[in-house]
Design a binder for this molecule. Structure first.
Ligand code: GDP
Length: 295
């Protein structure tokens, strides 16, 4: 994951560790390289600039810590700053209200919504919840079939949507269906488009108005870098997005989306997709991701 970025960071740190005492020049050089590494990883330029500024400020004010060398201190500062950049602490799903709770997945076509719906159902069932899957992409019958197949694999109830129903009616009726089947969580897969358009946003707003979901998660493809961040901003402006699921982190995504989304949109990443299989979903922990990136 993010191999290129890790290699670049390690190079900067190796260089710093070679010095017993760090000069202003050493630090400036390291900061320049960190900024370049972030830009190459497709991190938003303003995020990269602010990040380097934060590290510079923290490094200047540092007391010399007996147990750490100056190089190690810089690594510690970078690690903490990366963790903060990605939101600091993990933000769990908020499913505390009375059941059934509704989770709506939104995003562009191909971002991984349907797959994520199945993965999330599997994740929740391991956490003692009883999910029900709700296909609400009425434009692509294949999407309804895909989710129905996943529900079959998971042995979970799936609402029998039909492509002549309105998505907001599907979701409304699926709430009663969930109650009948003793399900405490609905996972709604919505339609995507290749690009954001008003029609899609209006449809999602109608779903939002009918069921008032506890969670509305944007599913975004990490491979698309800054585009994923722009998509997240647009969805967040139009809807009440409560978190992001960043998919395809197992591919050769450069890291820009993971590092910029929280800073640019204010929306926390709640899960990451790390493969096509149903168990390839991880709860997002900023501190663990930061340690992974730094290698
Ligand atoms: P949707 O159009 O948003 O519903 O997207 P799909 O769920 O159909 O996913 C599109 C493609 O991305 C499929 O081939 C999925 O198997 C794949 N996919 C989804 N999530 C991941 C992931 O985390 N890693 C990888 N490698 N592929 C994924």
């Amino acid at each position: 994951m993010f191999d290129n970025l890790t290699t670049k960071f390690q190079k900067v740190f190796r260089h710093l560790k070679g010095h017993g005492k760090l000069t202003e020049e050493n630090i400036q050089e390291a900061l320049r390289e960190v900024r370049l590494a972030l830009l190459e990883a497709d991190v938003h330029y303003k995020v990269a600039k602010d990040f380097v500024k934060t590290i510079a400020q923290r490094a200047v004010g540092q007391e010399v810590m007996g147990s750490l060398t100056p190089g190690q201190q810089v690594i510690k500062i970078v690690n903490e700053a990366l963790t903060d950049l990605m939101g600091g602490t993990a933000v769990p799903l908020d499913l505390t209200g009375p059941p059934p709770q509704v989770i709506v997945l939104v995003g562009l076509q191909g971002s991984g919504k349907t797959t994520t719906a199945g993965k999330l159902a599997f994740h929740l069932s391991k956490n003692k919840r009883r999910p029900c899957l709700v296909p609400a992409d009425v434009y692509r019958p294949a999407a309804i079939d895909q989710l129905t197949t996943l529900a079959g694999q998971l042995k979970m109830p799936v609402y029998p949507s039909s492509s002549d129903q309105k998505p907001e009616h599907i979701v409304r009726d699926a709430v009663s269906f969930a109650r009948q089947h003793q399900c405490d969580t609905l996972i709604v897969d919505t339609a995507g488009r290749l690009h954001i358009d008003q029609e899609l946003m209006d449809e999602l707003k109608r779903i939002e108005a009918v069921v008032k979901p506890q969670e509305m998660l944007l599913v975004a493809d990490a491979m698309t870098g800054q585009d994923a961040v722009r998509v997240a901003s647009s969805f967040h402006e139009a809807l009440h997005i409560t978190g992001v699921v960043l998919t395809k982190l197992d591919g050769d995504a450069r890291g820009g989306a993971a590092l910029s989304i929280k800073a640019v949109t204010g929306c926390p990443i709640k899960f990451v997709g790390v493969g096509e299989k149903l168990d390839a979903l991880e709860v997002f922990h900023p501190d663990r991701m930061s340690s992974r990136i730094l290698g």
